[in-house]
Design a protein around this ligand. Structure first.
Ligand SMILES: [Zn+2]
Length: 1020
């Protein structure tokens, strides 16, 4: 094999196969400039083009190429300010050739332009549909234009975002020496690799490393050779260039020595300080690698499908504890009070699951069948970990039994990290959590806190099997991880923590997810992704809750036993491997013995976006059903022209009369329409029993009337899930004009008799949304009529509430909800009662106890006064309980004083006094209420660059911040304002799904007001 030819061929092959570069070059401009090490993604084509041209002058052909491109209307080079500056920098040389053109120059220029135009016409118009393997949808670009160039000017031998498959990692040995005061670390990584196809290069990921030395050794030779490494930062890739060809079937060991900064964001290997109770400054470092940040801690093959084993060694100060995925193997005392900890070799796992933590911690532990479960927290918080430990032990036992697979490690640590952005992370054997999520203090933690703690631990434990043991090959199937973990979280809680009634939270989240999925900006849960921001964007409620809901629908349809068998089979078949959606469906088909094609059914749900609207009409004993796509946007131009959407829907239903509710009936609707035989005439029918299916149901007029009548006579023949489901569906349908809004209000007229939390939660959610829209547009009188109407329905419930913590978790949740509603709208002396509790509390300097479930409401009322707000703020800085801190913060963010709100958001972003991880909660709270709703958006605009730097453009927190600050806008002015803001950022930003979603939500609000305002004011 020729050493010179091999890389060249690889470039050529990859050029032809390349997709994203080409698309990006033609369509996506550069981002606004960021610091190089902050660049998480970028339109690669643009950067490539600049680099390809070299860092000096453009030559004449290239310059003319650009002119020709402009002539052809290809303005891509101009769209980004960053790129434009660099290009005009070249062009505006004072003695530029074409500035005062001579005749000769004009002739030459014209000739060159003609040639260039012809070449470009040929290149651009002819071959892209003809010469690519897959036709027009894969655009190709002439090779010469994109040629990745490494930082040292040499050709970089790989031109794709995904790594080549020629070399596979087998084992990593990672040595780290972090210095938490200087925020730097030194590291070395030994990677044993196996060569599957002969090559000269090893391509892997690395981000922000100062690589000092790279050596390569063949398994059969003891000689280590120093080799060259090429860096290509825009893709976060490096290429190790071997001196001899690496031979197929052989193993090699690659050693990379490097140093880097410890990150100050929440990604990668990041560090921060906090002050402990004796006001001493403490240093802490932790990791958050999912999805793409392992590469910033150590050079690695950072794709979920490329699993390997890991040996990790960390040098730490004596007073610190170091933790990693595996149990500790040894600790060796070194000079200057340093200790090196070595951890046992891990099982095969993905890089995003690797984790390590260094800091002062204490722990509480308990053994579960040979696995030591520990909760770690900083020493002063160790009193708040007992509840988490008991919960984790129960859940671990449950999952081991349910999956019939033991947890593979001897230990399982759950760590409360003082500063952590995500709620939690499932690193194998080393789960990490926000303190507020996992610490529990029975004096200040509410039912909502208990629910959250239990759910999150269940979710992360479920991941130890779904995600860690069996992993998706690529991020397009992230829903396999998150959908399963979310489904199992609620499933496990229903089985062993039934008293928490967490299905109420699930329904609430599901309704919101369905709303999101009914937008044009939605996506199939299995969607192809390439860029970092696309990958980050997958961590949205669709992956989690739509995924979970589809699994719930399947479980209900197949029966619990069949479902469990199939997932046990799937886990056994694919342990330690990487899979795609099809592998899951194959396991189901194996269990159903092909009597039912689960794959065919489920593909209609995972590969198309949106959800079906099932319309039903009863005629005698027959139920006529038909399906169509449910879209919130009713503007005709946005309706898809393609009306062929078809889902295979397991339709379940219950009817009034003899067989009501006992035996949910199911029938598969796999055509546009069908007829179900009800066997007898019944007074009413309710489709989608217990909301176990992912679809919306619309009934014929008389069927709605029958259901409304039944709710008024006796609501309890339907389950609370069914009642919440009816409320949700009728309000969503009213929003698009399928049902008059008045009928939706007719339906909730029964609420005076409602005893359960889920239906009241949904009714309050829907009506508060309407209230918020009316209020923000200044329709105060109409808004207060709306509140009066809802209050009349809930009056008796509100009167019955006591300011205590008595009752079941569900009743206590309802109390929080109702008193919050009452105090929010100044109803039924609520604020007087709350203010009294607050005054007592303040008079006792915060020692007097407040019932936990009404604590947020009491604080919010107290925060309305100058004195109360300042007192709360002082308490925020001194109290220990994270649960209480969150309640105080929400109250502070509910102030009517915009100066205070601004100060709060600013302090949060700075992150010194209030942790930056709280910012999305603060912005959401500020944006919801009248005094702050314009301010929140102004703040987001003003601080946009800082926000993106801190949280990363595609992250979940940015999704929340944008939604939280814009979702109540309902005027055309705001629509164009928000649109213009994002358009001005960059086209890539503008195209982000959450930006498109924010714009669509504003459009929908406008549409809602246009449609309903008039009628609402006439009858409300
Ligand atoms: Zn998860």
């Amino acid at each position: 094999m020729d050493r010179l030819q091999l890389p060249r061929n690889m470039i050529e092959n990859s050029m032809f196969e390349e997709e994203p570069d080409v698309v990006d070059l033609a369509k996506e401009p550069c981002l606004h400039p960021l610091e190089p090490d902050e660049v998480e993604y970028e339109p690669r084509g643009s950067r490539l083009l600049v680099r390809g041209l070299g860092e000096h002058e453009m030559d004449e052909d290239e310059e003319d190429y650009e002119s020709s491109a402009k002539l052809l209307g290809m303005s891509f080079m101009n769209r980004s300010s960053g790129l434009r500056n660099s290009v005009t920098g070249y062009r505006q040389s004072p003695d530029g050739v074409c500035s005062v053109p001579s005749v000769r120059t004009i002739v030459v220029c014209a000739f060159v332009i003609m040639v260039a135009v012809s070449v470009i016409m040929v290149i651009y118009l002819l071959p892209r549909c003809t010469f690519t393997k897959e036709g027009c949808h894969k655009m190709s670009l002439p090779m010469g234009l994109i040629q990745p160039v490494a930082t040292n000017g040499k050709v970089f031998p790989w031109a794709q975002a995904r790594l080549p498959t020629a070399v596979m990692p087998v084992r990593y040995e990672l040595n780290l020496h972090p210095n938490l005061t200087s925020m730097t670390f030194r590291g070395s990584v030994l990677i044993s690799v196996q060569v599957l196809k002969a090559t000269w290069n090893i391509i892997l990921h690395s981000k922000g490393h100062n690589i000092s030395r790279v050596t390569l050794r063949s398994a059969v030779s003891s000689q280590e050779q120093q080799v060259e490494i090429l860096e290509y930062p825009s893709r976060q890739q490096v290429a190790v260039v071997a001196r001899q060809a690496l031979l197929e079937g052989h193993n090699y060991t690659l050693k990379i020595e490097y140093s880097a900064n410890i990150s100050r964001s929440f990604y990668g290997f990041y560090g921060f300080t906090y002050t402990d109770e004796s006001k001493e400054k403490k240093y802490f470092a932790a990791t958050q690698f999912e999805p793409l940040a392992a590469r910033s801690a150590f050079p690695c093959f950072d794709e979920p499908g490329l699993k390997a084993t890991f040996i990790i060694r960390i040098i730490r100060d004596e007073q610190h504890t170091a933790l990693s995925n595996m149990p500790k193997k040894s600790s060796v005392l070194m000079e200057e009070g340093l200790v090196q900890d070595e951890f046992f070799e891990s099982v095969k796992m993905s890089t995003y699951l690797v984790a390590f933590i260094v800091g002062e911690m204490k722990n509480l532990s308990q053994d579960v069948n040979g696995t030591l479960v520990s909760i770690y927290a900083r020493p002063e918080k160790i009193g708040q970990v007992q509840h988490a430990l008991e919960t984790a032990v129960k859940l671990l036992e449950f999952f081991q039994n349910y999956f019939e697979i033991q947890f593979p490690y001897k230990k399982l640590d759950l760590v409360a990290i003082p500063d952590f952005q995500a709620g939690a992370m499932e690193n194998w054997g080393l789960l990490t959590f926000q303190e507020a999520t996992v610490l529990y203090d029975s004096n200040t933690s509410s039912v909502a806190n208990a629910r959250l703690l239990t759910k999150v631990i269940a979710h992360e434990l479920a991941h130890q099997w779904f995600g860690n043991l069996v992993t998706m090959k690529w991020w397009n199937d992230l829903w396999l991880n998150e959908g399963f973990a979310t489904f199992l979280e609620f499933f496990a809680l229903e089985k062993i923590f039934g008293e928490l009634s967490t299905y109420e939270d699930f329904l609430d989240a599901l309704f919101k997810t369905m709303k999101k999925d009914s937008l044009n900006s939605s996506r199939p849960i299995s969607s192809s992704v390439q860029s970092s921001e696309q990958i980050e964007g997958m961590f949205d409620s669709l992956s989690y809750f739509k995924g979970a809901s589809l699994l719930l629908m399947l479980k209900t349809y197949l029966s619990e036993d069949v479902f469990q068998h199939a997932i046990i089979l799937y886990l056994h078949n694919h342990s330690y491997a990487s899979i795609q959606s099809d592998d899951l469906w194959d396991s189901f088909n194996e269990v159903t013995n092909q009597t039912l094609d689960v794959k065919k059914i489920m593909k209609t749900w995972t590969l198309q976006k949106g959800l079906p609207l099932v319309t039903v009409q009863r005629k005698g004993k027959e139920l006529f059903v038909q399906q169509e796509k449910f879209l919130l946007n009713i503007k005709p131009e946005i309706q898809p022209s393609d009306i062929s959407h078809l889902w295979h829907i397991p339709l379940s239903y219950i009817t009034g009369g003899r067989n009501n509710s006992k035996y949910p009936l199911v029938s598969l609707l796999d055509k546009k329409s069908g007829v179900i035989n009800l066997t007898e005439e019944v007074p009413w029918v309710k489709v989608n029993t217990n909301m176990n299916g992912y679809y919306i149901v619309h009934y014929a007029d008389e069927d709605w009337e029958a259901l409304i009548k039944q709710l008024k006579i006796d609501p309890f023949v339907l389950s609370d899930k069914d009642r919440a489901n009816l409320i949700n569906n009728i309000f969503e349908l009213a929003g698009v004009g399928k049902v008059p809004l008045q009928r939706a209000f007719d339906l909730i007229d029964y609420l005076g008799n409602e005893t359960h939390t889920a239906p009241i939660t949904e009714a309050l959610f829907q009506t508060e949304l309407i209230f918020n829209l009316l209020e923000k547009q200044g329709h105060m009188e109409l808004a207060s009529r709306l509140v009066t109407r809802v209050f009349k329905l809930l009056q008796n419930h509100i009167k019955q509430q006591t300011w205590t913590d008595e009752g079941t978790p569900s009743m206590r949740e309802l109390r929080s909800l109702l008193l919050e509603f009452a105090c929010n709208h100044n109803l039924e002396n609520c604020t007087t009662a709350a203010m009294k509790l607050f005054d007592d509390w303040m008079a006792s300097n915060g020692t007097h106890s407040i019932p936990i479930d009404v604590m947020t409401t009491v604080f919010k009322v107290g925060a309305k006064t100058e004195k109360g707000w300042s007192f709360l703020l002082s308490k925020y800085f001194t109290i220990d309980s994270e649960a209480k801190k969150n309640k105080i913060l929400e109250a502070l963010a509910s102030s009517d004083d915009v100066r205070k709100l601004y100060w709060l958001m600013k302090s949060c972003l700075e992150g010194d006094t209030i942790r930056a991880q709280k910012l999305s909660l603060v912005i959401k709270t500020v944006g919801r209420r009248f005094p702050g709703h314009l301010l929140a958006w102004d703040f987001v605009k003003e601080k946009w660059n800082r926000l993106v730097q801190k949280f990363l453009l595609g992250s979940y927190i940015m999704q929340n911040i944008v939604a939280g600050s814009t979702h109540l806008f309902s005027t055309k002015t705001h629509l164009s304002e928000v649109q213009a803001f994002f358009e001005n950022q960059s086209e890539a930003t503008f195209r982000l799904r959450y930006v498109q979603e924010a714009l669509e939500v504003i459009q929908l609000n406008i549409q809602w007001m246009e449609k309903n305002l008039k009628t609402l004011s006439s009858w409300l």
